[in-house]
Design a protein around this ligand. Structure first.
Ligand code: SAH
Ligand code: SF4
Ligand code: F3S
Length: 433
């Protein structure tokens, strides 16, 4: 196989994978390759997710589809499936490179080796981070991701992340501040700090709130967000930052998974239902308008109708602005995969439907309550209609409006109407801050 000249990176899964995908694209571009569509590229990098069975199976159907095209590209499997399945992938599918999420700085070398005809694999988790070996950030969208923390030490009994991403590691303070400045120079006006447990980020006792307070002073950086947080790492310093750091957006994604303390215990979440609710009270005390988001799993082994009712009542008590909900998926190698008392698919379907109905109802209510407000919107992409742009409100709602402002502008918008998944707005008379 000759050395590839063009490449395409396709990312699945969480925002951290999106960030990794961007960094891999920058790396391949720095190595002299040109970006192309998936159908034309000489090298296709599948940046995979292992979180649920369906996500993993998708990788294999995607490989099959790529192989069916007339042209046979070089295929690299990156991301969490690469880490979890390693060399098994070569046995199951015809691929050229397998590279884990902590080793992708070696992608150019692995591709070169594969071009010489040797399938190559790297799933090491080196102590020295890959970040130092990656090229500088050059051009990014108005809203950019920045990974500050990786890995997880929580070991929730259903979850593969501690195995695919490794132990919790925080990037150094100075490296993050440098990358944030580079992102702003490259066009970012909003930065979302990423981590599997982003609020566990720490550098010598500094804590995430100190990082946020430092980033707040970067000229040109208008908005800071962070995700995903774990309830047990939500320190008072971070809560306080929501009260007085103006660039920190009023949005908190704080997964709880279940409203039943009994199930939370079986999940090894190490917090109960009431701990979570009390924590949200403290956040709302400093920032009453904060938009809350969560993740839920229905049908964890042993979940009774009573446990599920606790989840529904927690949803009622919180009033989420948005949330994600999933059917439990048994993952090989996790403690929950060996638990008996599995919940049938039919029961899971029924519970998911009821939960999603409740979450949708609350999302509609949150959006409807925004109508009549005036807020800043960061314009991120063109809409479907001529002259229409789409951006985000401080509460992470999609807002569309007709405007001659440019992508990357922060404009003041009157919110006029709530549609199912977005809000319609018009440019407000006063200028944005
Ligand atoms: N670190 C984050 C996110 C982890 S993965 C956190 O702790 O919240 C994102 C979401 O996927 C989880 O919050 C959980 O809701 C869901 N998830 C993880 N493992 C799952 C599994 N085995 N089956 C179904 N959903 C799962
Ligand atoms: Fe998975 Fe739990 Fe870690 Fe989140 S906190 S990544 S759900 S083990
Ligand atoms: Fe998926 Fe890995 Fe993210 S399993 S959710 S891509 S950390």
């Amino acid at each position: 196989m000759s050395a590839p000249k063009t490449f395409h990176v396709k990312s699945f899964g969480c925002q951290m994978n999106v960030y990794d995908g961007e960094r891999m694209a920058e790396l391949m571009a720095a190595d002299g390759l040109t970006q192309a569509d998936a159908a034309d590229a000489d090298l296709v990098v599948l940046n995979t997710c292992h979180i649920r069975e369906r996500a993993t199976e998708k990788v294999y159907s995607d490989i099959g589809r790529l192989r069916k095209h007339g042209k046979t590209p070089m295929i690299a499997v990156a991301g969490c499936v690469a880490q979890a399945e390693g060399p098994e992938i070569f046995a199951r599918a015809k691929v050229d490179v397998v590279v884990g999420p902590q080793a992708y700085h070696n992608l150019p070398a692995l591709v070169a080796k594969a071009a010489e005809g040797t399938p190559s694999l790297d799933t090491d988790m080196p102590v020295l981070s890959k970040f130092g070996a990656l090229p500088a950030r050059r051009k990014v969208s108005p809203s950019a991701f920045l990974t500050v923390q990786e890995g997880c030490d929580k070991f929730c009994t259903y979850c593969v992340v501690p195995y695919t991403r490794g132990a919790e590691v925080s990037r150094p303070f100075a490296a993050i501040v440098d990358e944030a400045k580079a992102l702003v120079d490259a066009g970012a006006r909003e930065i979302t700090l990423l981590g599997q447990n982003v609020n566990a980020w720490d550098d010598d006792g500094k804590g995430l709130h100190n990082l946020i307070r430092t980033l707040d002073h970067i000229p040109g950086l208008a908005r800071i967000r962070y995700t995903t947080s774990h309830p047990n790492d939500m320190r008072q310093g971070l809560i306080d930052a929501h009260g007085d750091v103006e660039s920190l957006m009023p949005f908190l994604h704080l997964p709880v998974q279940s409203g039943s303390t009994r199930i939370l215990k079986a999940m090894n979440r190490s917090h109960g239902r009431d701990d979570y609710l009390r924590l949200l009270d403290r956040v709302r005390a400093v920032r009453p308008d904060i938009a809350l988001s969560g993740d839920f799993i229905v049908g964890f082994p042993g979940e009774t109708e009573e446990d599920f009712a606790d989840t529904l009542s927690l949803v009622d008590a919180v009033g989420y602005a948005q949330a994600y909900s999933f059917k439990y998926s048994a993952r090989p190698g996790t403690p929950a995969a060996t638990m008996t008392d599995e919940i049938s698919e039919a029961v899971m379907d029924d519970r998911l439907q009821r939960l999603q109905a409740a979450l949708n109802r609350d999302q509609q209510a949150f959006n409807a309550a925004s109508v009549g407000r005036t807020c800043d919107v960061l314009l991120e992409r063109p809409g479907k209609l001529p002259g229409q742009l789409i951006g985000k409100s401080p509460w992470l709602q999609s807002v569309h409006l007709i405007t001659d402002a440019a992508i990357g502008d922060l404009v003041s918008v009157d919110l006029m109407r709530a549609d199912p998944n977005s809000l319609a707005g018009v440019l407000a008379m006063r200028a944005a801050a």
